[in-house]
Write a new protein. Structure first.
Length: 77
């Protein structure tokens, strides 16, 4: 963004664009971690009560880790 765009964004939004980007990325990761904790906990309860097998439980964990790594790569690089 050029200087006029940055000053317009800051005047209308009250914060710098870099700060807003940091807040949005932080929000995305907070939601992702909350969802991941819920998904892994739910899968663990299912595994502990023998409703899913160990392979399915590990599948949930691996999928969460893959999503986390992909989002980390795209949002933080």
């Amino acid at each position: 963004m050029n200087a006029a765009q940055v000053s317009a964004f800051q005047a209308n939004g009250g914060v710098a664009p870099g700060v807003m980007a940091t807040v949005l990325v932080g929000f995305v990761f907070a939601v992702l971690l909350l969802w991941g904790a819920w998904a892994i906990r739910t899968a663990y309860v299912g595994w502990a009560e023998n409703r899913i097998n160990q392979r399915q439980f590990l599948g949930v964990v691996v999928r969460f880790l893959a999503i986390y790594l992909v989002l980390t790569f795209f949002l933080l690089s």
